[in-house]
Design a protein around this ligand. Structure first.
Ligand code: C2O
Ligand code: CU
Ligand code: CU
Length: 490
């Protein structure tokens, strides 16, 4: 038995964990502070940490330990002993300090996905490497006009991103509205997927699954399998959904309920759009208003065909698949009953989103996304090469150099037979056209799905920050396999 060191004991104490690390060498905790009940239990929310006086400072311990997942005892990863990690609630103009301690066996780091903050130094710098046992202090400052919305954090050490997120390392960030939207509840719903082997360890995935983009059979909402939510008829709730799955697309439906989409990622519509479904590619977020109608509804991820590698069969979708609706996964069950409350208050006016469509463009660029088994592919490992403009990611090479302050138009062309969600750090993208079709109103996202054999053009204003950062496919297996490039703005 491994004795608990004083440092470990202090850590365990500091995190308020129920157990100790005795007998579980290499584990950072043995029980979570927050239970993760089995299927059908009431939905819980991660711990929420809120900024005060323009500042939020916190510690995140990335570690491996025992917790309950989908009613099973599992050995998984987590921040501060939980899946998801704490939800961070911030305001535009805030300073965010995160002391990251790596209690994993290998290297990690931290990325604040979607936040418009500096990529330099100890900011949102994905080139930082935090080795096992090390601590790193991240400092982020949100501009005073930072868009409100839901964002998230996750590790970004190239080559290990998919495994670490699949293991359980992620959490949500909310940047609050300046004028609040009246809602009976403001829920953050982080959807993730994973898989456990017979011993309860997060399953190692095969090379073919990495090429396809792994989908875990266990689909979780806030770390829970098919939780239950209840509400009163007539109530309006705000649901902020995060797709934290490595590769799974979420085509979200909530039958029988009125859904209005306020925005995706950092983008917000001037008027909420009534929707029947919302497609979240990996990394995307949706900001939804639900006006509750009496009855029971299932929040489901309907089947979505994202294509496959040539010569590979698309496997049957994994997860809780209802027999009568093939290809679907139940995420949560909503029960609306009781005395109808007063109807929801009117929505405050919202500013018109920015629009780059009439702004002169300083440069046009093309990015070719390719996945191929060519003779050069994967250096003879049998692994396909995942490239952007014919090259695999190299952290020492800068692929794209942009003049600070300019607006550029990028065309992202997908030459493969599967979708790739294209993500750019720091600077949000306005969608100009998808397969030649222009959206009616301005759409801003930080992950844009590029359909199989299709193309998307976007415009980006490289304002406010300079420095080196990255763009990549947010099927994180593809990113780890090389479908990423480095960008420098100066
Ligand atoms: Cu959500 Cu570069 O990542
Ligand atoms: Cu990101
Ligand atoms: Cu991809």
């Amino acid at each position: 038995m491994q004795p608990v060191s004083r440092r470990e004991a202090l850590l365990v104490g500091a995190l308020g964990l129920a157990g100790t690390a005795a007998g579980a060498a290499g584990l950072a905790w043995t029980l979570t502070s927050r239970g993760a009940p089995a299927t059908g239990a009431a939905l819980t929310h991660p711990v929420e940490l809120r900024s005060a006086g323009g500042r939020l400072a916190l510690e995140l311990q990335a570690g491996r330990g025992l917790l309950e997942l989908a009613g099973r005892q599992a050995t998984a990863l987590g921040y501060n002993g939980a899946i998801p990690g704490p939800t961070l609630r911030l305001r535009a103009g805030d300073e965010l300090s995160i002391r990251l301690t790596n209690r994993l066996a290998g290297p990690t780091n931290l990325h604040v996905h979607g936040l418009h903050v500096s990529p330099q130094g100890n900011g949102d710098n994905v080139f930082v490497r935090v080795d096992s046992g090390e601590t790193f202090d991240y400092e982020y400052r949100l501009p005073a006009d930072h868009p409100p919305g839901v964002y998230w954090y996750h590790p970004h050490h190239h080559g290990m991103v998919a495994d670490q997120i699949f293991g359980g390392l992620f959490g949500a960030i909310v940047v609050e509205d300046t004028i609040p939207i009246p809602a009976a509840m403001d829920r953050v719903l982080v959807v993730s997927d994973t898989d456990l082997d017979a011993a309860g360890n997060v399953r190692k995935v095969a090379p073919t699954e990495r090429m396809a983009g792994r989908e875990g059979a266990i689909v979780l909402v806030n770390g829970q399998s098919n939780p239950r939510l209840s509400a009163y008829p007539g109530q309006r709730e705000r649901w902020r959904l995060v797709n934290a799955c490595v590769a799974r697309y979420l085509r979200l439906q909530l039958d029988g309920q009125g859904m209005q989409l306020l925005g995706m990622d950092s983008g917000h519509f001037q008027a909420p759009a009534p929707v029947d479904e919302v497609l979240l590619a990996p990394g995307n977020r949706a900001d939804l208003l639900i006006t509750m109608a009496a009855g029971e509804s299932v929040l489901r991820a309907a089947y979505y065909d994202r294509g496959s590698m040539p010569g590979m069969m698309r496997r049957a979708p994994a997860g809780r698949v209802p027999a009568d609706r093939p290809g679907e996964v139940s995420l949560a069950t909503l029960q609306v009953a009781g005395q109808p409350g007063a109807g929801p208050a009117g929505l405050p006016p919202r500013p018109a989103p920015a629009d780059l469509r009439r702004i002169p463009v300083a440069a046009h660029r093309q990015f070719l996304l390719a996945a191929g088994m060519g003779s050069m592919g994967g250096g003879g490992t049998g692994m396909a090469a995942f490239t952007i403009n014919g090259r695999s990611f190299n952290p020492d090479r800068t692929d794209t150099t942009v003049a600070a302050g300019s607006v550029e138009e990028w065309t992202v062309v997908n030459t493969s037979s599967m979708d790739h969600p294209f993500h750019l750090h720091v600077w949000p993208m306005q969608i100009i056209a998808v397969n030649g079709v222009a959206p009616v109103s301005p759409l801003w996202q930080d992950v844009v799905n590029v359909p199989a054999n299709g193309q998307v053009s976007v415009r980006v204003a490289f304002k406010d920050f300079t420095g080196r950062s990255a763009y990549h496919c947010h099927i994180l297996d593809h990113e780890d396999l090389g479908m990423m490039g480095a960008i420098e703005v100066h």
